[in-house]
Design a protein around this ligand. Structure first.
Ligand code: ZN
Length: 694
């Protein structure tokens, strides 16, 4: 028996990301990942010649077993020698199992242990799709990679339904393997479990015990939010073996794919490139274009200035606009050609960046435009309504595809809270993680006057999302019962971003509050309703003003990244912060999870723990002073373990820039000898357990 039919080889792992590049060999060609598979539902990728796909760099096509089972039927493939000759395609084919179609075409189906019974939408025949029928059909089609039949449920399914579905999926997986017999075709299993981590874990564990050649993450992109999908994708990808391909089914937009590669996935399929082309839409290096728009009527330029696909090298936007307006098939074909090329080009660039070790740079760069619509011809809500300038100083209002607004720094291109609404991220990352509500609330017996005020440093005021989230939290708790006093101190050297957001407070509704107005005019706000709540601005550079602030209990460290504000992510900066905390039990929360930043925090004297994921970040970071490590709250913190230390040792980017530049022996010693990594008796007595979750 073959242990793996694909001869999978891991070529490179990205640094600071779970992205990976691999090579494997199917019955027809060598395949390089990460890769995108165009979808050829009816043994044709709509409106595209196989030759075009080959030229664009398609390595595997996905075809649908369900549709081909109904028409032309497996017998046609048996007699003509399989799909490769049938459609004149010499590279690989992956067949899905039909499970997803049964799920998405819910009429006239009945599920049993045996399989799914449904009626053909062509002639009304009753057909049983069992694991055996699915695999026999896939064998007849002659694909390179078959999928085991799975039972897919909505990602929003309740736990009992989701559990039942994984149980059936596991039994069907075993039957699918048995039905394959000694066929040389590869077979992937599909991990299910909806949004329940424990079910995902169990599903992955049981399927990984069986000799599959690869694993797919199923049951996503069917009803959950983007954040839920990304979190579950990351969680599931980590459960899968390193030495087999990982495939996220039915995903997605170029940005979705980029995000999933970052989370450790190798293979993708989606109908989008051709479906969007039919609707006149294309992805380009200048954003997402809808070719019906009148702005392209006289546009004599290339569709995408950065693309060398056959469409872009020959046809103008004006012509493609015309073909789209008239509904001509050629328009669909030409736009489809470009979209497929765009996807493949993106995958090639991703792979290259993983191989040369700069995937994270590419990730940041691509993410900044992949969810933009046409940057050169922005869509205005109503031309007459352009009341206020959307720019001020070095900042502009940025509208995300998803509808929310944030502030972008023009010089660096960095967006504050680029992927989730500013408030949502502020709450998730800073308010909830710091247990602010619990810290503010007093028990009935405590006297508000006798409780110490809680001091929050808001480092990087920006558009005030974090400070306002803290104020909202306080006001909520104060409405419920007794609370302790809270003082917020914001550090900021450039108030333009807050000023700009404040002018556009229709887009930043959290700023409709008396606080931001007072901060902008007086640099100080005292709540009238709650005498214990105050907010103060320390204008100027953080490192220059740090000495003016009293020692904090909580620090929300939300500065622009190392690229833009390098001096605030140094050993020196964190040393200053650490010293400013004195002996207080203080905790610092920040969005970064970079190895060098964590190292700088450790060397500065903090203990460092993993923070929850937020927006596009897989992990964030929490730093604790030694006094905080000994406080009861620390039991909730997941301190970096010796595993991290080993990873740090091997990392190519382990030092902050200033240390890298001036020699790092002493710095390295500070980290290696850090109390956090000592397995001493002392450490074991601390009220927390280090977890080895990696
Ligand atoms: Zn093109």
């Amino acid at each position: 028996m073959h242990c793996s039919r694909l001869n999978f080889h891991l070529d490179a792992l990205a640094t600071g990301s779970r992205a990976r590049a691999a090579t494997f060999r199917t019955l027809h060609n060598e395949v390089r990942t990460p890769l995108f598979m165009p979808v050829g539902t009816q043994a044709t990728v709509k409106a595209q010649l196989p030759q075009t796909l080959e030229d664009a760099g398609s390595q595997i096509l996905l075809v649908n077993t369900y549709h081909l089972l109904l028409r032309p039927g497996p017998e046609v493939f048996r007699r003509t020698g399989g799909i490769h000759g049938f459609m004149s395609w010499n590279r690989s084919v992956l067949t899905d199992s039909g499970g997803f179609q049964i799920f998405s075409l819910p009429h006239a189906r009945a599920m049993s242990e045996e399989g799914a019974v449904f009626q053909s939408y062509l002639d009304g025949r009753t057909i049983l799709l069992s694991p055996e029928v699915s695999i026999e059909t896939q064998k007849a089609i002659g694909s390179d990679i078959m999928m085991a039949l799975d039972h897919c449920v909505a990602s929003t399914a309740n736990e009992a339904t989701a559990r039942e579905a994984i149980e059936i999926t596991h039994r069907w997986a075993a039957r699918s393997l048995a039905a394959r017999g000694d066929s040389p075709q590869s077979m992937f299993a599909i991990v299910q479990g909806a949004l329940f981590p424990e079910l995902r874990r169990e599903s992955a564990a049981r399927l990984c015990e069986m000799p599959f050649d690869g694993y797919a993450i199923g049951g996503l992109a069917v009803g959950e939010s983007k954040n839920e999908r990304e979190a579950m994708c990351e969680f599931t990808a980590e459960l899968l073996p390193d030495d087999k391909p990982r495939y996220l089914m039915g995903v997605g937009t170029p940005l979705d794919i980029l995000e999933a590669v970052h989370r450790g996935v190798d293979m993708f399929d989606c109908i989008m490139p051709t479906q969007l082309a039919q609707r006149g839409a294309v992805f380009t290096s200048r954003g997402f274009l809808q070719m019906r728009r009148g702005v392209y009527k006289y546009a004599d330029e290339k569709l995408d200035p950065a693309c060398d696909c056959p469409t872009c090298s020959r046809y103008s936007r004006a012509y493609l606009h015309h073909l789209t307006k008239t509904g001509e098939t050629l328009g669909w074909q030409l736009l489809g050609k470009h979209n497929i090329h765009f996807y493949h080009q993106l995958m090639r660039e991703i792979r290259e960046s993983i191989l040369v070790g700069n995937f994270l740079d590419l990730y940041q760069e691509k993410r900044a435009f992949l969810h933009e619509s046409d940057m050169d011809n922005p869509i205005r809500e109503q031309k007459a309504k352009r009341l206020k300038s959307t720019k001020l100083g070095d900042y502009e209002v940025h509208k995300a595809w998803e509808g929310f607004a944030s502030i972008r720094q023009i010089s660096s291109g960095e967006i504050m809270h680029s992927r989730t609404a500013p408030m949502e991220e502020a709450i998730r990352l800073y308010i909830e993680q710091s247990n602010l509500a619990d810290r503010v609330r007093l028990s009935a017996t405590e006297e508000p006057q006798s409780a110490e005020p809680l001091l929050i440093w808001d480092v990087g005021l920006g558009a005030a999302a974090n400070a306002m989230a803290a104020i909202d939290c306080y006001e909520e708790q104060a409405a419920l019962g007794p609370v302790r006093a809270v003082r917020i101190i914001s550090f900021e050297n450039d108030l333009d971003s807050l000023r700009l957001a404040f002018r556009h407070n229709r887009d930043f509704p959290y700023l409709r509050h008396s606080g931001p107005a007072a901060i902008l005019t007086d640099g100080l706000w005292q709540s009238r309703q709650h005498p214990g709540l105050s907010w103060q601005l320390l204008p100027g550079g953080f490192l220059e003003t740090i000495a003016e602030a009293p020692a904090p209990d909580l620090i929300f460290y939300d500065m622009f990244s190392t690229k833009t504000s390098g001096d605030l992510w140094t050993f020196n900066a964190f040393r200053r912060v650490f010293e400013a905390c004195g002996n207080r039990a203080a905790e610092l929360f920040t969005y970064t999870c970079s190895t060098a930043n964590r190292a700088a925090l450790l060397a500065a004297g903090f203990y460092v723990a993993r923070g929850r994921n937020a927006g596009e970040k897989l992990e964030t970071t929490i730093a604790l002073t030694p006094a905080a490590v000994h406080s009861p709250l620390a039991a909730q913190r997941e301190l970096l373990s010796s595993d991290w230390l080993e990873k740090w040792n091997r990392s190519a980017a382990k030092f902050p820039a200033e240390i890298e530049a001036r020699g790092h022996h002493d710095f390295a010693e500070l980290i290696r000898r850090h109390e956090q990594f000592r397995k001493s008796a002392d450490l074991e007595r601390l009220p927390f357990a280090t977890k080895n979750s990696e």
